[in-house]
Write a protein that binds this ligand. Structure first.
Ligand code: TRP
Ligand code: ZN
Length: 880
């Protein structure tokens, strides 16, 4: 039984540091089974506190001196998480030597082994597992780092900053010294040692500085890094042009590692990446892998200014760097690709992950006020919703105004550790705005709902538009104040043209966009001189992260789908039609009634497919909303009814649009397979969407199998295998077998093999997952492999919530097992239980038992936080 609940930390307890570390010198002696870390810190007292408390976990202290004299053992104390020195001088040099054991480090925080190499992950609090230190982001210092290791096994020794010195040592060892001229918090420290392949390139900045670019990967993999290199150069150029930001060291290094808990890490001058976000070639990586690499390479690069040069005061401010940097990487992807399609993809992602988080037991504001584990702050809310809040700022002041604000932010705060409020103030000051109400987006959790009511008077030719906002309760926040919601708006005439909107409450920003500000709980606008009822296009580009509740007619939605000049809202109109139909079909399936597929939806999709327009947009429009979004619209999660409804609609689309789908498929299949042009990405996406629907029809499995065998690139092979994975055809096994035989030595591709099976909607998926856990190729210590199997399964709503299978028990046992050696991975998996409060009674009881069992299992504080919050949510299941 768990006795001691982990301790919570609170934003309101923030105090500035009592000591400053003016200079850090680290010396690492790496051996196979241990590492000795010698640290020399120049320390100065800032306040009046006498004792110095340093963070440190799992460190074996071998030596401690102050100003080179041994520090008596009576004057220091070691606890499991700290080292306290009593009554230290005002200014002194502290030397410590500790022994650590990277090869026994299974949680992949601090210094650890990934295959034959050593690497680090310090964000947020891994540095304290390396040496005793003031491990907090507002403690910034200048680092010099020397790494010594066996020269044969570890010819490459890397750390942050510039290479300063290299020398050979006795016994076949060597050492390299790195100097980082910029002050930084410890979470940006990095070290890599190994025998790695590398590719080189360079970038010349706008002030003509030549930067050496180096990307390292396990030997033999380096040729797969060229796409990442191109992306890096594009990102460097873009940040110069769009935000005037220049790179500041002489070299920029990226290292790909196979074992990594998250996606990538922006350590100063030495990014460490999950290899799935660096390595790519057309036969092994899909178009979306290429896209993700581009966006994450850019994301980590952009952190050099938003995160590193200007950093965080404390971890509650995480969205200051993450929201802003996600916003920047999204803007980059939109500028180098298709704006509308990238926007649609981001919104889709936001709705699936963040909206569901915001409606569940782990809902929190983008600036949280308390937590058990700082590790748990890395959420879709902090990242994706944080980016939306910044996007609203940009919408309100327009791009030029936003750029002015960013310039002011950098000039005010370069080299400092600041807060979210500091950022908002800089953008507001540069644009003479007052954003008191807007700041509620930082402190209030939950997704607001905006309800739309329309009233057209044909006699007076007037149109009333009434908007009401509300936001349901979140844990710890029952009542909420009204948000400031900037809604981009347009009105369409029957011929598809745009009404020239003039209204005192509709503002035009510096980009000519029309904005309606909703500040109050309710607002009515009156528009005159409209000879016909206009069709409303609200929240264009998804300018505000809200749910729109709008009883539009099918006719109006079809009108938007066909004519809206805002591509986002064209797509949105299709999604609303599909959502409405799916919800009705689900209810019918649940009640054992039958109900028809929406003819309006079929007609709309038919038209979209028939008109040659942007193929990527066509593909997005043809895709139905995801289950995790649909669940948010329903009070009870009946997984079998939901999946019956989806299958019925998909079949309906496949049958109804058969001819066009076949034509589309034939036209596009096999064209330009090696082109990396965004237009060809879109064509392939459309073609594979057609294949997806065609695979439901007679002969569909053969078609998919044919594509599987003839595919020249992974995009096509994976799409075909995915279609087969959902089918009951005997070709399914054959394809899976062939795929595995072909790729058994490529860990990244094999992850796809696991993921496709875990995401399949067949009834047998659960028993497949159970078997795959014991598969020879499964490796429970590799986060990518675990996510491919378990995270994918947990997100597979029809199968994870299949009431006929003991899925929750199995999943809980695996989480308990993984939590013992890697809490961050276990925590991420436990999020799949967040939907449990919506389950029907019996199923809910069984999920509840699984959660209780976890809670009794002496969990890490990370997993404890998620599981205990899920259990507490029982009485307050929020619905919209
Ligand atoms: N700062 C990283 C990013 O957003 C995130 C990250 C990398 C991370 N590794 C992590 C977060 C480990 C938590 C744990 O780019
Ligand atoms: Zn980031």
């Amino acid at each position: 039984m768990k006795t001691d609940e982990p301790k919570k930390i609170y934003l309101q307890d923030y105090r500035p540091p009592d000591f400053e570390v003016q200079k850090v010198d680290l010396h690492f002696d790496l051996y196979e089974d241990f590492c000795r870390v010698q640290s020399t810190l120049r320390i100065r007292r800032l306040g009046t506190v006498r004792d110095l408390v340093l963070d440190g976990i799992d460190l074996q202290l071998e030596k401690i001196t102050v100003d080179r004299k041994p520090w008596p053992s009576a004057r220091y104390h070691i606890s499991p998480e700290s080292l306290t020195l009593d009554d230290v001088p005002d200014q002194f040099t502290l030397e410590t030597v500790v022994k650590i054991f990277p090869d026994k480090n299974t949680d992949l925080e601090g210094l650890y082994r990934s295959g034959p190499m050593f690497c680090t992950q310090c964000e947020p609090q891994g540095f304290r597992k390396i040496t005793y230190y003031l491990d907090r982001p507002d403690s910034m210092s200048q680092f010099t780092v020397t790494v010594a290791a066996d020269k044969k096994k570890y010819p490459i020794l890397l750390s942050n900053g510039n290479r300063a010195e290299q020398k050979d040592l006795p016994d076949g060892r060597h050492q390299v010294t790195w100097e980082d001229p910029f002050k930084k918090p410890a979470y940006l420290f990095a070290l890599v040692a190994g025998d790695l392949g590398v590719i080189h390139d360079s970038f010349t900045t706008f002030s003509e500085k030549k930067i050496g670019l180096e990307i390292y990967a396990p030997h033999g993999q380096q040729e797969r890094c060229w796409h990442a290199m191109e992306c890096l150069k594009k990102a460097m150029k873009w940040d110069e042009e769009r935000f005037g930001r220049e790179y500041d060291l002489t070299a920029y290094l990226i290292v790909a590692v196979d074992d990594f808990n998250a996606g990538a890490m922006e350590n100063k001058g030495l990014n460490i990446f999950n290899s799935r976000l660096v390595l790519a070639d057309p036969i092994s990586a899909t178009d979306s892998d290429y896209f993700n690499i581009e966006s994450v390479i850019a994301h980590e690069y952009f952190h050099n200014w938003t995160g590193n040069r200007v950093t965080l005061r404390d971890w509650f401010e995480l969205s200051l760097k993450e929201g802003l940097t996600v916003f920047r990487d999204q803007e980059f992807s939109m500028d180098v690709g298709s704006r509308a399609v990238v926007r649609i993809e981001s919104v889709n992602d936001l709705r699936q992950k963040q909206f569901s988080e915001d409606a569940g037991p782990n809902a929190h504001p983008i600036r949280p006020e308390s937590c058990y584990a700082v590790d748990n702050f890395f959420t879709p809310t902090i990242y994706e919703k944080g980016a939306e809040v910044i996007r609203m700022m940009q919408t309100m002041v327009g791009r030029p105004g936003f750029r002015k604000g960013m310039d002011l932010y950098f000039s005010r705060y370069d080299g400092q550790a600041v807060t979210i409020e500091d950022f908002a103030q800089a953008i507001a000051d540069a644009n003479e705005q007052h954003w008191d109400q807007f700041q509620l987006w930082y402190s209030q959790a939950g997704t607001p709902t905006v309800t739309v009511e329309e009233d057209y008077d044909p006699v007076k030719k007037s149109y009333h538009l009434t908007l009401r906002q509300s936001c349901g309760p979140s844990p710890g926040q029952v009542v909420k104040k009204p948000f400031l919601i900037p809604l981009l708006i347009g009105l369409l005439r029957k011929d598809g043209s745009e009404v020239n909107l003039r209204h005192p409450d509709v503002t035009v920003n510096s980009e000519g966009q029309k904005i309606l500000y909703l500040r109050d709980p309710e607002k009515t606008l009156l528009f005159h001189d409209l000879p016909e009822k206009p069709v409303l296009s609200l929240n264009r580009q998804f300018s505000a992260p809200v749910h729109l509740q709008w009883r539009a007619t099918d006719e109006e939605l079809l009108h938007l789908l066909a004519y809206d000049s805002d591509d986002f809202n064209r797509w949105e109109a299709g999604q609303i039609l599909a959502t409405q139909n799916l919800l009705v079909l689900t209810q019918a399936a649940q009640a054992g009634r039958s109900h028809a597929v929406s003819p309006a939806l079929l007609a709309g999709l038919q038209k979209v497919l028939d008109n040659r327009s942007d193929p990527a947009l066509q593909a997005m429009i043809l895709q139905l909303p995801e289950d995790s979004y649909l669940v948010q619209m329903q009070a009870v999660l009946h997984a079998p009814a939901m999946s019956a409804a989806r299958v019925q609609l998909e079949l309906g689309i496949a049958n109804g649009l058969q001819t066009l789908l076949r034509e589309t498929y034939e036209n596009l299949n096999g064209k330009n397979p090696h082109s990396r042009d965004p237009l060809d990405f879109g064509r392939r996406h459309l073609k594979n969407t057609a294949l997806f629907y065609l695979s439901f029809l007679p002969g569909g499995a053969d078609l998919a199998f044919k594509q599987f065998q003839q595919a020249k690139i992974m995009t096509d092979r994976q799409a075909a295998l995915q279609a087969l994975c959902d089918s009951e055809s005997s070709l399914r096994e054959q394809a899976l077998q062939e795929f595995r035989d072909q790729w058994k030595n490529d860990t990244l591709v094999l992850n796809k093999w696991f993921a496709l099976q875990a995401s399949s909607r067949r009834r047998q998926t659960f028993s497949d997952v159970v078997k795959l856990w014991d598969h020879v190729d499964f490796n429970k210590k590799n986060p990518n492999r675990v996510y491919s199997l378990l995270w994918r399964f947990g997100e597979n709503i029809p199968c994870f919530h299949d009431p006929t299978q003991p899925t929750y028990e199995f999943f809980a046992d695996k989480i308990i097992e993984i939590d013992r050696y890697n809490p961050q991975v276990a925590t991420r998996l436990s999020g799949s239980f967040n939907l449990w409060v919506k389950l029907p009674t019996t199923q809910k009881a069984s999920a509840g038992r699984a959660l209780q069992k976890m809670l009794r299992s002496n969990l890490s504080k990370n997993t404890y936080e998620i599981v205990s919050k899920a259990l507490k949510a029982e009485d307050m299941a929020p619905t919209i």
